[in-house]
Write a protein that binds this ligand. Structure first.
Ligand code: GLN
Length: 203
């Protein structure tokens, strides 16, 4: 089974480790560049993207991480992790950088403030939530959305109802996957399973 790291600088690390193991992977915490070298793939958890950005730079992980992404390492980013994977960011905190790799523009805190956190059932055929399947329960917490995706980016899910209907909330491009929501909280393991499959396909 592949060894998948969870970036453990800030955010909900434990929940991702559990979800990865339920999806058939082995999980490791990653805090140092030596730890990054020893994993087959990486999860960037939710948390606060500007804080994780600062810590990545302080811990000397930013450049090693960019190098591994350029080398084809699969990465899945959830919420703050989606922001970190994006090449371009709107409404970032002053001076905020991203790791990049995913050819999208994300809008940080796009749905509004903390009180606007919400849950929704998503239709996502490529993630095992198609017409005749259980919809995917998605938890959004001060979530970003993808404002623009380049031609090579696969859109996996959009919001179906309400004022944000049509907004892109799950994408994949090559070995990179990102969701604006938190599957590690809803207990729905289909996203982690799709990521483990992607990691196996890239080994
Ligand atoms: N709003 C947070 C950010 O900007 C993301 C929130 C989350 O990861 N749940 O990074």
């Amino acid at each position: 089974n592949p060894i998948i790291g969870v970036l453990a600088l800030q955010g909900d690390v434990l929940e991702h480790s559990r979800a990865l193991e339920r999806a058939g992977a082995r999980s490791r915490r990653v805090r140092r560049s030596e730890e990054l070298s020893s994993v087959d793939a990486l999860v960037l958890p939710g948390g606060e993207s500007s804080t994780i950005d600062k810590l990545l730079r302080r811990f000397g992980l930013m450049e090693p991480l960019r190098a591994r992404i350029a080398g084809g390492m699969p990465v899945y980013g959830s919420c703050a992790g989606m922001i970190l994977l994006a090449d371009r960011i709107l409404d970032g905190i002053d001076g905020q950088q991203t790791v990049g790799g995913l050819d999208v523009t994300v809008r940080r805190n796009a749905f509004g403030r903390q009180v606007d956190s919400f849950e929704e059932d998503l239709h996502a055929p490529q993630l095992g939530a198609g017409d005749d399947e259980e919809p995917m329960r998605a938890v959004f917490i001060r979530a970003p959305w993808v404002e623009q995706a380049a031609a090579g980016v696969d859109v996996l899910a959009t919001v179906s109802t309400g004022p944000a209907a049509g907004r892109i909330v799950a994408v994949r491009q090559g070995a990179l996957m990102a969701t604006a929501f938190h599957p590690e909280i809803s207990g729905d393991v289909r996203i982690h399973r799709a990521f483990v499959d992607l990691v196996r396909a890239h080994r």
